[in-house]
Write a protein that binds this ligand. Structure first.
Ligand code: PLP
Length: 421
């Protein structure tokens, strides 16, 4: 019977017409995608990727011959991405533990090094327990849905990172968005949220576009007053903010008041990849049972685990690396301000050079590269209209000469394009 049906389909050109139909669908899809891509180009918001042909560091080689470029746009705050001991630890872990686990954690994907790293993260942050993820994006995707239900409320800064926004979207809690670092607005929203079972205030520790820091002291006071919990995403604080580099909560003296910290292993802590949540033990236990990006995604590869583990060893041995970045940041900020530029934020190695005009930011960044300095211009929609900037990121491994060369190039390029008198 099936053979008869197949013959009839073939006689009518059935299989061929399926092919023709799917060909038409693909052609339609291509047209739609190409028009969308054209819109992005037309809006001037196309993001192109420069190809680096060397290790990450203060000096990089660009593919196609651009050698000896001074790099001021990585999140390599402590310069650990290419630290010899970090690299050696990764090579040794590769030899001993292999390339990867081919498994999620709860099936057969947990090695002794994963447990060791979780224990180190817990100690580093002075918390009760920690859980690893493939990225902080995943940690943010997993936390809110696991912790909050429709009986609860989450209050989020309007400029929080996209991964917090997406994580919150996935949960059923009642959602409030308070104005950026505005504690009056947060208080009003906390008052409204009193009718819910649990209130969670969620914020970036340091905001990556402006280099400003969440007012955690005031936030923790409000949390106490309104019986709320505080969560921070400290991707741009872990490893270097505070006297011992523990992060924004250490900097502002509230380590015992911030209940949950999510952070990344892909920036200051070796720069390979990975993220985590650290906080109360029952929360971490529950995340291991329920958090979807943890349960349904592969374990972190051993060399990646080893990079972060070594980075944490280095930071727990001494605070010298964390401290060295602070002095370089101050040098850059004060010299640029003296030259006449406006630098957003305060004391943070993210130093946004505020220019306003999107074209000006783009042409100045291009001209900086011609002078051997790699920086990136940001404009709408990444930052608000009229607030275009070039974001400079300082690393502990920049020398004073590197910083001075960057300031000189900015001054020349700023004068050329009318950003400076
Ligand atoms: N949260 C913040 C504030 C970030 O800046 C980033 C990375 O850009 C992430 C989360 C995501 O971190 P990861 O690269 O580990 O996914």
């Amino acid at each position: 019977m099936w053979r008869g049906v197949a013959r009839r389909v073939l006689r009518r050109g059935g299989a061929g017409s399926h092919r023709a139909a799917s060909g038409a669908a693909v052609a339609q899809l291509r047209r739609r995608l190409e028009s969308e891509l054209e819109d992005i180009r037309g809006a001037g918001t196309w993001k192109s990727e420069r190809v680096i042909a060397s290790r990450q560091g203060p000096h990089v080689q660009l593919a196609g011959g651009g050698g000896g470029i001074l790099n001021f746009c990585a999140n390599n705050y402590l310069g650990l991405s290419s630290h010899p001991e970090v690299i050696r630890a990764a090579v040794e872990a590769l030899e001993k533990f292999g390339a990867g686990l081919s498994s999620v954690r709860f099936i057969c994907g947990t090695q002794s090094i994963h447990k060791d790293l979780e224990e180190k993260i817990t100690r580093f942050h002075h918390r009760e327990d920690a859980i690893l993820y493939a990225s902080c994006f995943d940690a943010n995707a997993g936390i809110f849905e696991t912790l909050l239900t429709a009986e609860d409320a989450v209050l989020s800064d309007e400029l929080n990172h996209a991964s917090i926004v997406d994580g919150i979207r996935l949960c059923k809690a009642n959602k409030y968005r308070y104005k950026h670092v505005d504690m009056q607005d947060l208080e009003a929203k906390l008052q409204d949220a009193q009718r819910y079972r649990l209130r969670l205030v969620a914020t970036d520790g340091a905001f990556s576009m402006d280099g400003d820091i969440a007012p955690l002291r005031e936030m923790c006071q409000l949390a106490q007053k309104y019986d709320a919990l505080v969560f921070i995403d400290d991707c741009h604080g872990t490893g270097f903010l505070g006297p011992n580099g523990r992060g924004t909560d250490e900097l502002l003296g509230v380590m015992d008041k911030v209940t949950i910290v999510n952070s990344t292993l892909g920036k200051a802590l070796g720069g390979a990849a990975g993220g985590y949540t650290t906080g109360p033990k029952p929360l971490i236990d529950l995340l291991r049972q329920r958090s979807r990006p943890y349960l349904f995604s592969n374990s972190l590869p051993p060399p990646v685990v080893a990079c972060a583990s070594k980075a944490l060893d280095l930071l727990m041995e001494s605070n010298a690396i964390a401290q060295s970045m602070t002095a370089k940041t101050q040098r850059f900020r004060s010299k640029m301000t003296a030259a006449g530029f406006t630098i957003s934020g305060k004391d943070h190695p993210i130093c946004p050079v505020m220019l306003g005009d999107a074209r000006l930011a783009a042409v100045m960044a291009e001209d900086m590269l011609k002078r051997g300095i790699y920086v990136i211009g940001f404009s709408y929609p990444v930052v608000p209209k009229g607030k275009a900037r070039i974001r400079v990121q300082i690393s502990a491994v920049h020398s004073n000469e590197d910083i001075d060369r960057c300031v000189e190039a900015f001054t020349e390029v700023g004068r050329k394009h009318g950003a400076l008198p």
